[in-house]
Design a protein around this ligand. Structure first.
Ligand SMILES: *Cc1c(COP(=O)(O)O)cnc(C)c1O
Length: 231
């Protein structure tokens, strides 16, 4: 019998395909990330068996254990707030870091990536709402941060990430996704050396359909696949 996790993933994939076609995009332009913070290994293995090839984790320690156990057959992405003193581990562990939001962190990651002979793929996390509790560079400072990061040779900026405030109605999140896409277009217009803008990491369980309609290339889905997390 198909597992619940596999059935949930199939439903999410269908919803992504529907949202993509509503906006004239190909479903293959959108990658599904399974967000596995607090999720046990068995259910992560079910997701992998169901074809998930990109995992998102929020805590370095938790991710380290899982990566060592489950290995590198798939991509591991860091999506949570990253403390400077964890940059050393993060630069070794992850395929991409979505949560770069300050130049000090970028410099530290650059130094650590250089030490292990790596070029670290990163996204710039943007706080569009300006909510003080959220991580992410403030919207008005994002362009300058991107210009500054462009000079760090062991980082490769691949795009932008955001997390809108929580809304009951996913339609309310749409302006935040539009704003991130428009920022991406402005960055592209600046034609910065070494800056790529192929990825828009946006959309979670409650709003990934709207995010895909607005151009998401990576959606980060946890609860809809694995159920509610322990609080
Ligand atoms: C936990 C988390 C998600 C997934 O949220 P769900 O509501 O479980 O889909 C996505 N992005 C980030 C940054 C997260 O911390």
């Amino acid at each position: 019998m198909e597992s619940t996790v596999a059935a949930n993933i199939a439903r999410v994939r269908n919803a992504i395909a529907d949202a993509a076609s509503r906006s004239g995009r190909a479903a293959s332009d959108v990658r599904l990330m399974a967000v596995t913070k607090t999720v046990d290994d068995e259910r992560i293995m079910e997701a992998i068996a169901a074809g998930v090839d990109m995992i998102g984790e929020s805590y370095v320690q938790e991710a380290k254990r899982k990566i060592e156990k489950m290995g590198r057959r798939l991509e591991w992405h860091m999506i949570g707030y990253l403390q400077g003193n964890k940059a050393k581990y993060a630069a070794r562990l992850f395929d991409m870091i979505h949560s770069v939001d300050r130049i000090e962190l970028a410099r530290e990651l650059d130094r650590r990536a250089k030490a292990v002979g790596n070029v670290m793929k990163i996204l710039i996390e943007v706080n569009i709402s300006g909510e003080g509790t959220k991580s992410g560079v403030p919207y008005r400072d994002a362009m300058q941060l991107i210009r500054d990061v462009a000079s760090l040779n062991n980082l490769s900026v691949q795009g932008l990430m955001t997390m809108p405030p929580w809304f009951d109605d996913p339609e309310d999140a749409r302006p935040y996704f539009v704003a991130l896409r428009e920022l991406r277009d402005r960055v592209i217009d600046e034609n910065l050396n070494r800056i790529e803008m192929r990825e828009l990491s946006m959309g979670m369980s409650g709003d990934y359909g709207v995010a895909v309609e607005e151009g998401a290339t990576i959606v980060r889905v946890g609860r809809t696949i694995f159920g509610e997390r322990p609080s």
